[in-house]
Design a protein. Structure first.
Length: 255
């Protein structure tokens, strides 16, 4: 668009609006996170939650990193995938799931800084920050507001029998991060859907330590009704063998 000098004569210079002035905050956040590797970004209204959960901040940005189909296949095809790494002095330095978990924390902390620089209050739900703030209960292995609870309210999926988030597109092949904020986001809160597991018990059947109890999630069902966290070895078998994860892996691989 042309600009004008003080005498009213059109200038030969062209003025282009600052993209950050014309772009919504939601779009800025989405671009920022996707440039850092996020596969998807959602905005959710958490104003109905208790202050202990939402820290007095009414909105959340929840995002996810998607596991590659090759990684899912490798874990599924290697029965002792995690056990072997544990035996090898906990060698997870190149494990994609472990690296994605670290990265979701890094992105949460970076988004916290991004929002604060714009004048908003924010609270990172990275593992490191929650531990620092005293929000992680080691005895219960729990936090006041799990990432998957935010993901549920964002309409991203449902909770399977394995107590993991299941999405239509990626199954359970995702790592989730989140940041709470008072930024005025265009956000909604969805009714958590009933699980689409049906009669499937694949995760129960592959759980060698018997940590998964086979109970379907519901509004009155708590985590300990679904899984015994003390028995869980985080072997990832329930994640990779979930039929929804397998469907994503096969489609992404061209099968």
């Amino acid at each position: 668009m042309p600009t004008y000098m003080s005498n009213g004569i059109p200038s030969t210079q062209t003025y282009w609006p600052d993209a950050n002035l014309t772009m919504t905050l939601e779009k800025q956040i989405e671009i920022y996170l996707k440039d850092l590797g996020a596969g998807f970004v959602r905005f959710v209204d958490l104003s109905h939650l208790a202050p202990k959960q939402n820290k007095g901040l009414p909105y959340a940005v929840v995002f996810g990193l998607v596991l590659s189909p090759g990684y899912i296949r490798e874990v599924a095809d290697t029965p002792d995938y995690v056990a072997r790494r544990v035996e090898n002095d906990y060698d997870f330095d190149d494990d994609e799931y472990y690296l994605n978990e670290l990265k979701t924390g890094e992105l949460s902390d970076k988004l916290f800084g991004f929002l604060e620089e714009k004048g908003f209050r924010a609270h990172s739900l990275s593992d490191e920050n929650q531990a620092k703030q005293g929000d992680y209960d080691a005895s219960l292995q729990a936090t006041p507001l799990p990432h998957k609870t935010i993901a549920l309210l964002a309409g991203l999926g449902w909770i399977g029998r394995h107590n993991l988030l299941v999405t239509d597109k990626y199954g359970s092949g995702v790592n989730i991060g989140a940041v709470l904020t008072n930024a005025l986001l265009s956000a909604h809160s969805y009714e958590p859907p009933f699980p689409k597991c049906g009669k499937c018990r694949q995760c129960v059947d592959v759980c060698q330590p018997g940590a998964i109890k086979g109970i379907l999630w519901g509004k009155d069902v708590v985590r300990d009704d679904i899984i015994d966290v003390e028995k869980c070895t985080t072997c990832l078998k329930c994640l990779v063998f979930c039929p929804w994860t397998q469907a994503y892996m096969k489609k992404a691989s061209g099968f």
